[in-house]
Design a protein around this ligand. Structure first.
Ligand SMILES: *Cc1c(COP(=O)(O)O)cnc(C)c1O
Length: 394
């Protein structure tokens, strides 16, 4: 199979698995136990915390292990809002293209009386700093804007957003699940107060994540229990997961420059070739996007059928995020950048990884246009477009 769904999840690196194995086998001690086996587990856990901290320029005490990106998002947003509520501040600023882990958490808070401003991202998928400045109110307690989008790969001006928030004394959280391990992330330089990470998006294991929270941020206890993770998240620590995540992140950080140089060439080659298909368009900014993300709309076809046929041809791709693919609703991200419903349905996301090869790119460039053409031949919408009964949108 040609695996081009790396924004959905990535393959566990063999070397990461090797680092994890001892903790799944002989070194199974509970990191909270006082005996030597427990203490060895504790040491490995703290070592993992230090490695993660170093990769994003944080202090190890600001690193909390969680079950993944979704939990980190929930925890960050809920904590910031509880802090805000105590001061009578109940306004949140976010964007229209956040991951559902952020959007649904905010929607729940809206039902509890919080007010939310969702910033526009315009055609290129990027928020405007002017809009952020204008949206800030006396009672704004949190700005949560993702670092890089999981569907269209656009990268937000995080450092500048952080600067604005810092100047106003507003907490700034960023869902950096698609960014960490892929592009440079520095919580100090970028004025980030809270940040979410997921191990499985950079060749680490699933079910483990990190929430970075600056020391000034008092986290709520999302899970009551023991004193693990500074008392903020009860439950026996996932030592193997933490060790795996840390090692995967360290490797990704070291390999980043070399991998990205290659992926940028692959990405742009794919974009150039696929845009030769008539009535197709790139979703998201051409350059301010992740080196591994390609997202293109094809008019007159259904993304779902495209995925199934590509699967038959041995290509694993996606139409949007794994979460919306199961539903018939068009992606909220594509609607936010102004794609009409019928076009948003015909989208294809190809997300690459360090394992992606030149041959796989060439094969994809050969197969996708054929499948699109095949689907258009059978599409009533395409026929009416061709006959002029409907107007092309792209
Ligand atoms: C994958 C993803 C998440 C969710 O992470 P999980 O570890 O699957 O919970 C959150 N945000 C973004 C941007 C993602 O891509």
């Amino acid at each position: 199979m040609i695996y081009l769904d790396n924004a959905g999840t990535t393959r566990l690196d063999e070397k990461v698995l090797k680092k994890m194995m001892p903790y799944l086998k002989e070194e199974y001690g509970n990191a909270s136990s006082l005996h030597s086996m427990g203490q060895r587990a504790k040491e490995s856990l703290e070592n993992a915390r230090e490695i993660v901290a170093k990769c994003i320029n944080a202090n190890p005490r600001e690193i909390y292990f969680t079950s993944g990106g979704s939990e980190s998002d929930n925890q960050a947003i809920i904590s910031a809002c509880k802090l805000g509520e105590r001061k009578g501040k109940k306004h949140i600023i976010s964007s229209k293209i956040e991951h559902h882990a952020v959007l649904h958490t905010i929607e729940k808070l809206e039902k509890q009386g919080f007010e939310v401003t969702y910033l526009d991202v315009y055609e290129n998928g990027i928020v405007k700093l002017e809009d952020l400045k204008n949206a800030i109110r006396e009672d704004t307690c949190l700005v949560t804007i993702m670092f890089a989008n999981n569907e269209i790969g656009t990268i937000q001006p995080i450092k500048e957003i952080g600067e604005i928030c810092r100047a106003k004394g507003i907490l700034f959280h960023t869902d950096a699940v698609q960014a960490v391990g892929h592009i440079n992330v520095d919580v100090e330089k970028m004025n980030i107060d809270m940040l979410s990470i997921a191990g499985h998006k950079f060749h680490g294991p699933k079910g483990i994540g990190v929430l970075y929270a600056r020391r000034k941020v008092l986290l709520s206890n999302l899970i009551e229990g023991g004193a693990q993770e500074s008392g903020k998240r009860g439950g026996t620590e996932n030592v193997a997961g933490a060790v795996g995540l840390a090692y995967a992140l360290k490797m990704a950080t070291e390999e980043m420059e070399e991998v990205n140089a290659r992926l940028t060439i692959f990405r742009d080659k794919l974009i150039k070739a696929l845009l030769k298909i008539p009535h197709s368009a790139l979703n998201g900014d051409k350059t301010k996007r992740l080196p591994n993300n390609v997202n293109i709309c094809f008019e007159g076809i259904e993304g779902e059928s495209l995925l199934l046929l590509l699967d038959d041809e041995g290509i694993c791709a996606s139409s949007g995020s794994a979460c919306t693919s199961g539903s018939l609703d068009p992606s909220h991200v594509l609607l936010a950048i102004g794609r009409p419903h019928e076009v948003a349905h015909g989208s294809l996301r190809l997300s690459l990884s360090k394992y992606t090869t030149q041959e796989e790119i060439d094969k994809t460039i050969e197969i996708v246009p054929k499948v699109v053409e095949h689907l258009r031949k059978m599409s009533p919408v395409w026929h009416s477009l061709q006959k002029g009964e409907r107007k092309y949108v792209i």
